[in-house]
Structure formats: structure tokens, C-alpha cells
Design a protein around this ligand. Sequence first.
Ligand SMILES: [Zn+2]
Length: 445
Amino acid sequence: MAEILIKDADHVLTMNDARQELAKVDILIRDGVIAELGQGLQTGGEVVPARGCVVTPGLVNTHHHLYQSLTRAVPGAQDALLFGWLQTLYPIWARFGPEEMRVSALTGLAELALSGCTLSSDHLYLYPNGSRLDDTIEAAQEIGLRFHPTRGAMSIGESAGGLPPDTLVEDEAAILDDCIRVIDAFHDPKEGSMCRVGVAPCSPFSVSRELMRDAALLAREKGVMLHTHLAENDEDITYSLSKFGCRPGQFAEELGWTGNDVWHAHCVKLNADEIDLMAKTRTGVAHCPCSNCRLGSGIAPIRNMRDAGVAVGLGVDGSASNDTGNMVLEARQAMLLQRVARGADAMSAREALEIATRGGARVLGRQDCGQLSPGKRADIAIWDCSGTEAAGSWDPAALLLAGPHRVRDLFVEGRQIVRGGFLTTVDLPVLIRKQNDLARGLAAA
Ligand SMILES: [Zn+2]
């Protein structure tokens, strides 16, 4: 029986049903699961001292495009709106292959882990030059993060009136076949699962209505979740109205894209009726505040969504539109952005952290994750508050107001992935060198 004892944490934000906060407490991990929280706990196993630290559930990232970590800060895409930004980047992404997919995923997941993330989804919607979803799953296994990869897709190229170049789109029957292949090969529905696959046509402006509908039917037949981009900005709404004659909410509802097995990225432009629809159908939302700022998309009505009971999680979004992938800074940005729109009492540091942990776990259908309670998976972040960022803080547990931006230690399923601020599973300097070599190669081509 493998045991680890996290000893004497100054402050534990449990995010349990009562949102309890505990002081001077120990956490006992047994076989990848939280066994007990309390004082004076004992173990014959390893002891991890946590005096001077705040302990939280691991952060949950509900929207990402890991491959984009190879196209950060690309000149020409730095200051563009969504559609122009995409058209600049598509030809570069068309040069990716399996090695670019694997290394960029390793890099993006490493960055997430160091910022406290234990569970990440990913949305991979282009497969040039023999790339496969398998490349990113391999990367997640190597890093040791819990992973929800989604098999994305684009099928309407430029010649058919879509946005992406024809070289980046796939045949719709082949897309559905590959969805079945990766679900059968990798999806694990069990409690404690380290890999759950989702089905994720890229967006209403890059696939047909038929593929959206067929993807929903397939996902339900297979018992997997559905994910896409929805109502990201004004261009997106205009496209929906002119092309489909309806708003995104109606589009989603008509094609089977509502329910607690669906989550939509962005939802910046949802109106009051659409927010009610998301709440009523228990459809999830992945809020991506940095990306929304970076692309000037707007401020998502997260306060209204939360008040209406919508399941909201947090996403860093791809590194071509963030361009960082730091989950704790993303949570801080979520808090700040609601305050810009609604005033200083619009969102507390603790609520933003709740969205980033328990909220994300709910969106991804992971009732076994996202909180520190006996019986839940041992996905745990330990934040050392002895550094400059928290020095002088009267309330270190208000981590997003004044706290570290990197974890000291991180556990996933009870396995230590970060120790003393360093990844235990990959050689980071070697990985970064590889990533930079690949980025230079793409730039030179
Ligand atoms: Zn996205």
C-alpha cells in the first residue's frame, strides 16, 4: 500500500462541498486517492513537509491547443483579430508532423504542471503530415498528467467557403472513423481514469452541420464527451447569423450540442437566453480570459453564467493566442476581467480558484477530481508562500491576489510530478532545446 503524508500545511483550500478551509493540517494519500485530512496523522511512507505552504486541489485546464506552443508570438499574428489570426497561422501549422505534435504537447503540459495543473484537456483539430492524436497522448503519459484529449476536425476548406486552407481539412467519413479508432484505443471511462477521449469538430465555421450532428450521435453512442468553440467573438456571431440564420445557442441546441456531456470554449457572446439554455441543459463552458483579451474578443459574462448555475471551468487556450499557458495566472486573469466588467466585488480570489479546480472538474465530468476530500483522487498542488510574491500577505490563501505563480510540489493520482519546483518526469532543458529547434525549423521553412 503506497502512502504519502503531506504534513503541517499552513492552509488547505479543500474546495469540498462546504468549501472548507483548514489550518495546520495533514493530508494522507493512499494508492493514488486522498485517504484522510486531519491533524497528527501518521504514515510508514514518505512524508512531504508543507509548513509555510498553501495546499489546493490541482488546477484543471478545460481548453487548450497544445500544438500551438510552437507558434508563440508569431509576427503577423501578434495583433490580429480571430479570423485574420487564423489565416496567418494555418499555413505554418500545415507544416507540422508527429514530432512537432509530440514535443509541443510535452512543452505545453510541462508548463501547465509547473503552474499547478494536474488535469488538462486538449483540442487537436488538424492532422498534417501523418500527425495523430496518439502523439499528444504519448506526451501526457510521459509527463504524467491526467489527460482529456479531444479528436478535433476541420472539413470545410477555402474552396468550399470555409476559413482553413484545403490542405488542412479532412474528409468527414475519415474523421468519424478516426474518432472511433482513438476512443477504442485510449478512452478509459473508469473512476481515476488518466485518459478520456472526446469528440471535437473545431468550430461551426470550419465543419459542416452534418459533421456536427454526426459527431454528437457518435459521442453518445460511445459514451464520450463533446467539445467545440462557440460564440467566441462578434465575427463568430455574424457568421452564424448569415450562414445558419440563427445564433450559436440555437445552432448548438438543434444539432445535439447541449447537455452535461458537452462543453463549449469561450462563449464570450452568449446572450441571456443562451446562458439560460446552458444552465438548463447543464452544458459546460470553458472560460479563456487571457485568449479573449489577447484576441480582443470581449469579456465573457461569467458572473451571469455562475449566477445562473452554468458549469464554468477555466482554459488557457492555445499558446498562439495567450501566449503563455500558466493556469494560476489564468485564474487571476479570470478574477480581474470580471472586475473590469462588473466592479471589484464581481469575483473573489477564492471563487476564481474554485472555477479553476472544482469548476473545471465538473465541466470535464470528473466528480472524482477537483477537491481535497477523502475518496477523491490525489491531485494536489502545494504552493510555497515564503517567496517574494506572498511576502507581507495577510491572507496567503488568497493565492490569486498575492501568491506564487509556480508550484513547489505537484501530485497526480498520488504520483509526484513536480518536486521542489522541478519536473520529475522529463528533462526540461533538453525538451526546451528540442522545442526551440523545431520552432526555428518552422520559421525557416
Ligand atoms: Zn481554442
